[in-house]
Design a protein around this ligand. Structure first.
Ligand SMILES: [Zn+2]
Length: 373
């Protein structure tokens, strides 16, 4: 059963937003409005107590897909994510997930933070940003600005986690295990990589080429290749649980079966490795949710970047900020969930200190803002 707190793929498209202040419809106007927003006197008197909330939109410039932006996979592809319950209960679903993850990993792992992430680093150095909360699983924030505390609402792809013993393993090493278990897939992947089609130097050109050969990468890092039989894919169980099978709720020891190569054959649910992300259909982990809520309770301002707040976890944080009456700014291409609720009561002629809504890419605005400060 789906509950509102679960991460679910929301496929609706929002209406274009009203730009506030009205002068923020040009880059210079948007930059001035954001400057006013970030440097206005704050109610707590402590300057720089601003929290940034980010979504997939800010990683598009790193070559990753967006969900709902102009070229988002929800608009252009039939995205069929593997849901958490299916992943946990179905060997076939795990084959499907890991085959796509295997094909997408190398390109994903090569992608780097972009100008927006580095602009945030500079805003942090200037004392204007205190916290970042992100929906993104790409670890770009922690790479670009390790000194600004970052709460990863939906986890991170850099690790796998065992669902029985909760040990985390580096995703990089897991890639080598998958290559060893799936030599045919590894050779197809080698050919795709050698073709250069996944290189990120010219994302627009390559995205067309990828479409032509039926390859694309989703925002969660998985790559879909048309025509590959996902049911042939093999993956290993948790090595720790394989050595020392966990005790089940009924007191018996789990049985984890592997074939001669070490590929998982068990129909049971012990020792399943999952990406350390909140999958669709899975709840945000309670301690992470509580930490994010506390940050919102204590912040003086909220700056939302590249998110349409379609995921409940991010919408709920923005709503909480609104209920507290703190100023909110959003830079996102296209409409967002709750645009009228968050920004409808703002005076369109104030200078930005009350709130800002910009309908542009963060990469067009943030670096210019930093240069101006
Ligand atoms: Zn384990």
């Amino acid at each position: 059963m789906l509950t509102p707190r679960m991460r679910i793929p929301y496929t609706g498209i929002f209406s274009p937003p009203a730009v506030i202040p009205s002068s923020a419809s040009t880059i210079p106007g948007a930059v001035i409005a954001l400057q006013r927003f970030l440097t206005a006197a704050s109610p707590s008197g402590s300057p720089g107590n601003t929290t940034v909330l980010t979504g997939a939109g800010i990683s598009v410039a790193s070559g990753l897909s967006d969900y709902r932006g102009p070229h988002g996979v929800y608009r252009t592809k039939k995205l069929e994510p593997v849901f958490f319950n299916k992943f946990m209960s179905s060997h076939q679903a795990r084959k499907r997930y890991w085959s796509r993850s295997f094909m997408g990993w190398i390109t994903w792992n090569k992608s780097k933070p972009n100008a927006t992430h580095f602009a945030l680093k500079q805003l942090g150095d200037l004392g204007l940003i205190k916290n970042v909360i992100t929906q993104n699983v790409d670890s770009f924030h922690t790479m670009a600005h390790p000194n600004i505390p970052t709460t990863e609402l939906h986890g991170y792809l850099r690790s796998c986690v065992c669902m029985s013993c909760h040990t985390e393993f580096p995703r990089d090493a897991f890639q080598d295990d998958l290559a060893r278990l799936n030599p045919e897939w590894a050779s197809v992947l080698g050919r795709i990589l050698a073709s250069g089609v996944l290189d990120e130097d010219i994302p627009e050109r390559n995205s067309k080429t990828r479409d032509a050969i039926g390859v694309w990468i989703n925002p969660d890092g998985d790559l879909h290749v048309e025509g590959m039989a996902e049911k042939t894919f093999r993956y290993p169980p948790c090595p720790k649980c394989l050595r020392d099978p966990p005790v089940l709720p009924d007191g018996s020891r789990a049985v984890i079966k592997v074939n001669a190569d070490g590929a998982f054959e068990s129909t049971g649910t012990a020792g399943i490795l999952k990406p350390a992300v909140v999958m669709f259909g899975e709840n945000v982990h309670p301690p992470v949710k509580v930490a994010a809520e506390r940050i919102i309770e204590e912040t003086d301002r909220l700056l939302i970047l590249g998110s349409s707040l379609a995921a409940y976890s991010s919408w709920q944080l923005a709503k909480r900020a609104k209920d507290r009456g703190i100023p909110i700014a959003m830079v996102n291409i296209g409409g967002a969930r709750g645009d009228s609720e968050l920004f409808g009561d703002l005076n369109p002629y104030q200078d930005g200190h009350q709130g800002v809504r910009i309908d542009m890419s963060t990469g067009d605005v943030l670096p210019v803002l930093v240069d101006r400060l």
